[in-house]
Design a protein around this ligand. Structure first.
Ligand code: ADP
Length: 496
């Protein structure tokens, strides 16, 4: 149960101006330049933060390199490293509400979702990878008798992590925790509209005993601080979650610098497919609206393309409409709110533009589509359902990253598969059917990192998450995520 009095006190708490965190210390931007941090709740300025540039990034990367080179972290006994990560998770949990409210003030996610998906998820992720530290080891290969092949798992060195604003703590932890658990040093560049909670998360790492320089945070604009990190020849691996356009720039930066490995998670336009034989259409409708409208649709795996079998199409849309109409949009710090604020004014405008464009193209807007609560100064938008979206339409093909659901009809399984696999993305998907054999066939046929069956969303650190096609490469979560941050090295030893 969330304590309203405590939330209100935290809402009103002043937020100190924030600098970068480099080598365990607060680090003022070399240029002296700062950025205003605006809250999407009412558009007011919460505080300021450092506007990092290439010089600041270089300082952070050098600190990370020194920490890696002198083995101050990877050289510690595994049990000690594990204990530090466990303590880090404990400290996050001890500050769960403070961190959550700070994050919500910065990025606008409704607290009912953020309380589980953000700080609590980050703590669980950090504990999970901390636990893995003393369970990872190399291999002895089955070589001929006269040769010994030892396969070492080595940390890669300095990891650059660039993360988005929709779930900064959850996604940040998916990158930081396995990178650090594998013995690397990290330079993190949070999104310009969601940096505050991650800065605090990094401070807590140091309070827990993480040595200086192992986790550095440089704040600022993507095109400046982010681009400098991507271009650094002293970064060995770059991990990223964000837009496809930025992902392409990161690959280019790698090609033009040191060919660092680049792992991308680039969102999607995920199909949620409802067959007429779904076990329970009420549950399917409830899940379908939650899959695309929570956090104002700012969810990489959002089920933003709903494919509905023709015989139940109109009935199902009616169920969606009545549910969407009842969803409570507003103050993200009110625990009753189901859809909080859109993260920024520019994102709100992009969402509204996508709807207006669809209308111009003759799409059938079933409900929503308008800005809400404008007088508050904040960025709120009605959940929006658009029916009869054709395969060729941009709403079918492109991510909106807002509370906009595109609905398309299909006839039979083959067409459902063809529509599901159309378009450039392959991140998530959903299938609603009571036919077990069909469910398995769909899992095999859909090109996506995850196929939800008779549910949508909800996740666990134990299973990997990654995209196919233009949704990216590499995996977050699970033990597989560690592979991104390790090199395999062979020792080939004569023993004859
Ligand atoms: P979105 O469009 O959803 O905001 P972005 O890809 O622009 O997604 O942002 C995700 C992250 O990438 C943010 O931390 C942002 O600052 C960063 N970023 C944006 N542009 C660049 C760039 N040119 N180089 C490196 N990082 C960038």
């Amino acid at each position: 149960m969330l304590d309203m009095a405590q939330i209100e006190a935290l809402r009103a708490a002043p937020v100190a101006d924030r600098d970068h965190l480099v080598d365990g210390r607060s680090f003022s931007p070399t240029s002296g330049q700062r950025l205003d941090v605006e809250t999407p709740i009412d558009g007011s300025v919460l505080t300021t933060m450092a506007r990092g540039d290439a010089t600041d990034v270089e300082a952070a990367v050098s600190a990370a390199r020194r920490a890696f080179a002198d083995r101050r972290w990877r050289g510690l006994p595994a049990a000690r490293r594990k204990a530090i990560m466990a303590r880090w998770a404990d400290l996050i949990e001890a500050e769960l509400l403070e961190l959550t409210v700070l994050g919500v003030r910065d990025n606008g996610t409704e607290i009912a979702m953020a309380i589980k998906a953000e700080a609590a998820s980050a703590a669980a992720t950090i504990r999970y990878y901390g636990e893995a530290i003393d369970k990872m080891s190399g291999e002895i290969a089955p070589t001929p008798d006269n040769r010994l092949g030892l396969v070492h798992r080595e940390p890669v060195g300095v990891v650059g992590a660039i993360v988005p604003w929709n779930f900064p703590l959850m996604i940040g932890a998916w990158k930081l925790a396995p990178a650090i658990a594998a013995g690397n040093s990290v330079v993190l560049k949070p999104a310009e509209t969601a940096s505050l909670a991650l800065l605090r998360l990094a401070e807590l790492a140091h309070e827990a005993g993480l040595p200086d320089g192992v986790l550095n945070v440089v704040t600022g604009l993507g095109g400046e601080a982010g681009a400098a990190l991507a271009a650094s020849s002293d970064v060995d691996v770059l991990v990223f979650t964000g837009s496809g356009a930025t992902g392409r720039k990161l690959l280019q930066a790698s090609a033009e610098s040191n060919l660092k490995r680049v792992y991308l998670e680039l969102g999607g336009k995920s199909p949620n497919i409802v067959f007429a034989d779904a076990p329970d259409l009420e549950t399917a409708a409830e899940a379908a609206v939650n899959a695309v409208f929570r956090n104002s649709g700012q969810v990489c795996v959002a089920g933003s393309r709903l494919l509905v079998e023709r015989s139940i199409h109109e009935e199902f849309i009616e169920r969606l409409r009545s549910r969407a109409d009842r969803m409570r949009v507003g103050d993200p710090l009110n625990p009753e709110t189901q859809i909080g604020a859109v993260n920024s004014q520019s994102q709100l405008h992009a969402n509204l533009k996508a709807v207006a464009q669809a209308q111009e193209d003759g799409a059938r807007v079933i409900g929503g589509g308008q800005r809400l609560l404008e007088s508050s100064g904040g960025y709120y938008m009605q959940p929006t359902i658009i029916a009869d979206v054709a395969l060729a339409h941009r709403l079918f093909q492109r991510e909106v990253f807002g509370p906009v659901l595109a609905v398309t009809t299909f006839d039979g399984e083959a067409e459902a598969v063809a529509l599901a696999n159309a378009g450039p993305y392959g991140l998530a998907s959903g299938v609603w059917t009571a036919d077990l054999a069909r469910a398995h066939r769909m899992v095999m046929a859909i090109k996506a990192g995850v196929v939800h069956v008779n549910t949508y969303g909800g996740t666990d650190i134990t299973v990997p998450m990654g995209g196919q096609k233009q949704s990216g490469n590499g995996y977050d979560r699970s033990l597989h995520a560690l592979d991104k941050f390790q090199n395999l090295k062979t020792a080939w030893i004569a023993i004859d």
